[in-house]
Design a binder for this molecule. Structure first.
Ligand SMILES: Cc1ncc(COP(=O)(O)O)c(C=O)c1O
Length: 357
């Protein structure tokens, strides 16, 4: 078939499944429950000032990969701060959280490695496994027993999980996973993109922490942190790090300023506010991501439209982002939501009353 025919049939297939996506116009006038800017730091005055300053000082782009001539003092300062913040020896920056997962996995997994991956892991982790061409075993969601079963083979293994799952808002059993991995000498790679309210993993010599600058820190970029002997090896082996231009200096400076806010008294207050806002909507829920599973694609789109008519922006999440039959409304709570906005959400979505902690 020609490209034109192929594209038409592919388009018809996606539309037929009610999975066609278009880029939404930037929304104004709606209360957004769609952003991962959990603490509102993307608009914090100190963050903006730092970005402006870096832009004036270092220009718009880094001009080159980190290992060539792309490094600026702000990159190194941010890496040291991220390592300190995550209680690790070293950190390395990547241009996106997506690429941080690609880097962490491909630096250590190859066709002779066993990779164990939670069935609900993010697309960037799945793509990382593909890129590594490793032997991948997908284990049932959160099933530490299944992980241990695979590790008994004695092979050199990598275990991949999110700490807070991006579409379900639930939390991995970190202590158990750290313990099982340590017992079998397996390397645990933890994607903490959404872990603004925890959980904090116990320290471990075989733990890599993957994070993003794009959500809690309100900027753009990602990082991998861990023991220096692993991070140094990632710098030398991870192609998604080696062959890409360094994070824009203004983005790194913004994340640095956001991290300073986060680690201070104001960060403490913002996180308490976020915790309280989550409790208002779903008491005891472990994360700011609250899914309301609606099932089919059409029903979910309809509900999202009705919410929009009520002044609320709540994204409809459909396959392939989530498994077929589990389309959902995905609510992201922010520290900046007001009590009135949260009450409006609750009255528009009565199912929230039944969301389990
Ligand atoms: C769990 C998880 N990991 C990684 C990413 C990628 O991060 P980034 O948007 O910084 O590329 C996301 C979201 O985008 C995510 O939800």
């Amino acid at each position: 078939v020609s490209w034109l025919e192929w594209a038409a049939s592919e388009r018809a297939r996606i539309i037929g499944g009610s999975r066609w996506r278009t880029l939404p116009a930037p929304e104004t006038g709606l209360v957004s429950f769609a952003s991962n800017d959990y603490l509102g730091l993307s608009g914090h005055p100190a963050v903006l000032a730092a970005a402006h300053d870096a832009l004036d000082r270092w220009g718009a782009g880094s001009g080159s990969a980190r290992l060539i001539a792309g490094s600026r003092p702000v990159h190194e300062r941010l890496e040291r701060a991220l390592a300190a913040w995550t209680g690790t020896e070293a950190a390395v920056l990547l241009p996106a959280g997506y690429m941080a997962n690609l880097a962490a996995v491909t630096a250590f997994a190859s066709p002779d490695t066993l990779v164990l991956s939670d069935e609900l892991n993010h697309a960037s982790i799945i793509d990382a496994c593909r890129l590594a061409r490793a032997e991948v075993r997908v284990y049932p969601h959160l099933a530490v027993d299944a992980v241990e079963g695979h590790l008994r083979s004695g092979r050199r293994a990598l275990v991949l999980t999110e700490s807070v799952f991006s579409m379900d808002g639930d939390v991995a059993p970190l202590s158990e996973l750290v313990e099982v991995c340590a017992r079998h000498d397996a390397l645990l790679v933890l994607d903490e993109a959404h872990a603004v309210l925890g959980p904090e993993p116990p320290p471990s010599p075989l733990l890599l922490r993957v994070g993003t600058l794009s959500k809690t820190l309100g900027s753009a970029g990602g990082f991998v942190s861990g023991p220096a002997w692993l991070v140094d090896l990632a710098v030398n082996r991870a192609r998604p790090f080696i062959f890409t231009t360094a994070v824009a200096p203004a983005a790194a400076a913004a994340a640095m300023a956001a991290l300073d806010v986060l680690r201070g008294a104001e960060g403490e207050r913002l996180r308490s506010r976020l915790r309280a806002n989550v409790d208002t909507v779903a008491p005891g829920h472990r994360s700011p991501i609250i899914p309301v599973v609606t099932g089919g694609e059409d029903a979910t789109l309809q509900r999202a439209r009705a919410l929009r008519d009520a002044g609320l922006l709540v994204p409809a999440i459909r396959p392939p982002t989530v498994p077929a039959g589990t389309s959902r409304l995905r609510i992201s709570i922010s520290a900046l939501h007001t009590e009135e906005e949260l009450q409006l959400l609750k009255s528009a979505l009565p199912e929230l009353a039944a969301v389990a902690a």
